[in-house]
Design a binder for this molecule. Structure first.
Ligand code: NDP
Length: 285
């Protein structure tokens, strides 16, 4: 498992495990425990997922059973839009998340969306960072223009920008922009949330057969090989095992280009340029 050095010197595993859409607390605790037992060392949650307490319990049980030490684990959570109206709300949201996780610090706090007063919210998580409540700070869904505006303005550069990245939405330009600012790209939906027939895609399957790998493993390998951190989610242990078994093969340059050519140039999961989507999110709470 490779690690990547963030722009403040903190090391982050290049692959982690996401827990979006696991609302059941009992299942989520077990899934987190299973993921750590399988070898994942990064767990990605968010206050909006409603499962931080379950994640904390799964992590605590794994540590108690000797599967990993806290220092080996990298825990990410996110501040949701309803706590992004001002600096103090965002700062307090970090403390609330820590309380639910039952941890004295996390490893990464992200602003979940570039919505409401995200500069004030960024100052809130910067304060939490300076107080040691998190080892790094970053953002999610900050597309090139707004990421640029943020990076050109703030005192503490974001370490990570977590955006949708998979073969059908490759975002090469966004990656170039992040690289220019030393921001590590992290893929949400690295398996396209199962869309586009990704698991049976003929090209990904054919490439995988050369290495004894599945289409899913080829899609994940493609992202890490271009320097993108990935956080695939699965509630099934055999898929967790499959998704982390990507570190013993290397795609050729031709295969990397062939996969990049599958890019549709737009998301079919969410459109951040659509005013209706922004209003929908703002009205969730
Ligand atoms: P993914 O691209 O990881 O896809 C998850 C889906 O793929 C699930 O339905 C899962 O099913 C299925 N799956 C996983 N592995 C396999 C496999 N090997 N073969 C077949 N099916 C498989 O989508 P996510 O949206 O979950 O993204 C990953 C993580 O990114 C999230 O969990 C979350 O932590 C984060 N995220 C962040 C967002 C943001 O705005 N910052 C937005 C969305 C996600 P099953 O579980 O049944 O196995």
């Amino acid at each position: 498992m490779e690690k990547v050095m963030l722009n403040n010197g903190v090391e982050m595993p290049l692959e982690g495990f996401g827990v979006f859409q696991i609302p059941d607390a009992v299942q989520c605790e077990q899934v987190v425990y299973d993921a750590i037992r399988t070898g994942y060392r990064l767990i990605d949650t968010a206050s909006a997922y409603g499962n931080e307490a379950a994640v904390g319990k799964g992590v605590a049980r794994a540590i108690a059973d000797g599967l990993a030490a806290r220092e080996e684990l990298f825990i990410t959570t996110k501040v949701w839009v309803n706590d992004m109206g001002n600096e103090e709300d965002a700062y307090q949201a970090v403390k609330t998340s820590l309380g639910k996780l039952d941890m004295d610090h996390v490893d990464l706090i992200l602003l979940h969306q570039p919505m409401k007063d995200y500069f004030a919210a960024y100052r809130g998580i910067t304060k939490a960072y300076r107080e040691g409540l998190t080892r790094a700070i970053g953002v999610a869904n900050f597309y090139p223009a707004i990421l640029t505006n943020l990076c050109e303005t703030v005192e503490v550069m974001p370490a990570v920008d977590q955006v949708e990245l998979h073969p059908f939405f490759a975002q090469a330009g966004a990656l170039e922009n992040m690289k220019a600012y030393g921001v590590v790209p992290q893929a949400w939906g690295p398996l396209a949330e199962g869309k586009h027939g990704i698991f049976t895609d003929p090209e990904l399957t054919a490439i995988g057969s050369k290495y004894g790998k599945t289409a899913a493993q080829v899609a994940l390998r493609w992202n890490v090989q271009r320097g993108v951190s990935i956080i695939p989610k699965s509630v099934h242990v055999e898929r967790m095992e499959q998704n982390i078994d990507i570190w013993d093969f290397t795609l050729t340059e031709e295969e990397m280009a062939q996969i990049a050519a599958k890019d549709l140039g737009h998301s079919e999961i969410v459109n951040h340029d659509d005013p209706a989507f922004i209003k929908f999110v703002l009205n969730l709470h």
